[in-house]
Design a binder for this molecule. Structure first.
Ligand code: AMP
Ligand code: GLY
Length: 424
């Protein structure tokens, strides 16, 4: 198979790394890719916003399958355009991608299908939103409905802060069109679990549950980020919870999308929160998570191309998806200033890594002298796996300074909450 992966982050490097191991692969291309994906296949500088260019490339290179990484091209209908030209593609069409691209759609969809989620209301007018804020007696979360690169969720501690947030969204237009509609929902508490699943639109198969670390600093301090590290599987997510999630979240979501005429093919990612009264969906994403993919794919025993091909063919139920024993840990190496204003252009130094440690590249590029330099907030995800999570954590931190650049910051406690749990 000739395969094209769309995207340029750590998630796409992990996808490329896994696809490159497939015996079914003939040629792998990544558009636009990054200096890491170059070691798995050929990077191609196509503008993926231009659907006609992507289609032409797929025709010229006889691409058998396109895998779309990020949400933006999915929300822009790249999958629809490719299918119209007869090109097979793994990922939801635009209408199905709304499950992520419109939080109003997503919440109303969950309500229609009785999928557990926080109480909420949706608004297009400031005065109505403020009136609602005054009427509720619980802490709230305010969400811009549209895509906002992970920044559109605000957790105000006071009424005044909530009011200011709404004013910023509706009057100052801090999120632009993404803030034309707003969801106000009840703030829940509990541990969060990222449950990604493969689906062909009818069958749905969960991946290993993972935990992301969203805050910048150790002990979950500091601002929210795109994710500073992850581990899988998440021991807190029991087999009973998995059954509950399949029956009350994943199946109703896939059935609901299909029944409404928007069958969802690709990865459905449920962001779950484990509350005292059961699990609840914080959000759906219409794609692989980043950095969750960097810890889940190394544990996938089955050929990823077998799985994604079956999703596109509609016969996922025939595939036996196997996982390796053990656990994986990924620590994100971020630039100074991330997440507010990241430095870039810093030269990266590498020492040799042992075989069980992989450095997934994210915000990086190659300069005119062939050096790797930083080019974004999250620069690398250093990842390892082992029979036990404790060993994986030890190995990843033992190698962490083998990749370094000026101003590099990372968390020291990725995965460590699993250890304190076992030791009481
Ligand atoms: P989202 O982009 O919707 O996943 O939200 C980003 C983060 O905001 C989540 O990972 C949670 O930490 C937090 N969050 C979102 N919704 C809620 C909620 N209803 N209650 C508590 N925290 C929330
Ligand atoms: N790690 C969170 C996300 O991919 O949305």
């Amino acid at each position: 198979m000739n395969v094209l992966i769309i995207g340029s982050g750590g998630r796409e490097h992990a996808l490329a790394w896994k696809v490159a191991q497939s015996p079914r692969l003939s040629k792998l291309f990544i558009a636009p890719g990054n200096p890491g994906t170059m070691t798995c296949g050929e990077n191609v500088p196509i503008d993926t916003d231009n659907h006609a260019d992507v289609i032409r490339f797929c025709m010229d290179e006889r691409i058998d399958l396109v895998i779309v990484g990020p949400e933006i091209p999915l929300a822009a209908g790249l999958v629809d355009s490719l299918f119209e030209s007869g090109i097979r593609c793994f990922g939801p069409k635009q209408a199905a991608a709304q499950i992520e691209s419109s939080k109003v759609f997503s919440k109303d969809f969950m309500a229609r299908h009785h999928i557990p989620t926080a109480r909420y209301a949706t608004f297009t007018q400031l005065d109505e939103a403020i009136r609602y804020l005054k009427s509720v007696d619980y802490p709230v979360v305010i969400k811009a409905s549209g895509l906002a690169a992970g920044k559109g969720v605000i957790l105000p501690d006071t009424f005044e802060k909530a009011k200011t947030t709404l004013e910023n969204i509706f009057i100052e237009k801090t999120f632009g069109d993404a803030g034309l509609e707003v969801v106000i929902e009840e703030r829940l508490s509990g541990q969060e679990v990222s449950l990604m699943s493969f689906t062909d639109g009818t069958s749905v198969m969960p991946m290993l549950p993972a935990q992301d670390h969203k805050r910048l600093l150790d002990d979950d301090q500091g601002p929210n980020t795109g994710g500073m590290g992850a581990y899988a599987p998440a021991p807190i997510f029991t087999a009973e919870m998995m059954t509950e999630a399949i029956e009350s979240v994943l199946k109703p979501a896939i059935d609901g999308m299909r029944m409404e005429g928007n069958p969802f093919v690709g990865v459905l990612y449920a962001g779950l929160i484990l509350t005292k009264s059961g699990l609840s969906v914080l959000e759906f994403n219409c794609r692989f998570g980043d950095p969750e993919t960097q810890v889940v794919l190394p544990l996938l025993e089955t050929d990823l191309l077998d799985v994604v091909d079956a999703c596109v063919n509609g016969n996922l139920a025939d595939v036996d998806i196997r996982w390796k024993d053990g656990a994986a840990v990924c620590v994100v190496l971020a630039s100074k200033g991330y997440p507010e204003k990241s430095e870039s252009g810093k030269k990266v130094e590498f020492s040799e890594l042992p075989e069980n440690v992989v450095c997934f590249y994210a915000g990086t590029k190659t300069d005119s002298n062939g050096n790797i330099i930083t080019a974004g907030g999250r620069v690398f995800g250093l990842t390892t796996w082992a029979n036990e999570i404790g060993v994986a954590i030890r190995d990843v931190y033992a190698n962490i300074e083998k990749v370094s650049f000026e101003g590099m910051q990372y968390r020291n406690d990725i995965g460590k909450r699993t250890l304190s749990r076992t030791h009481g």
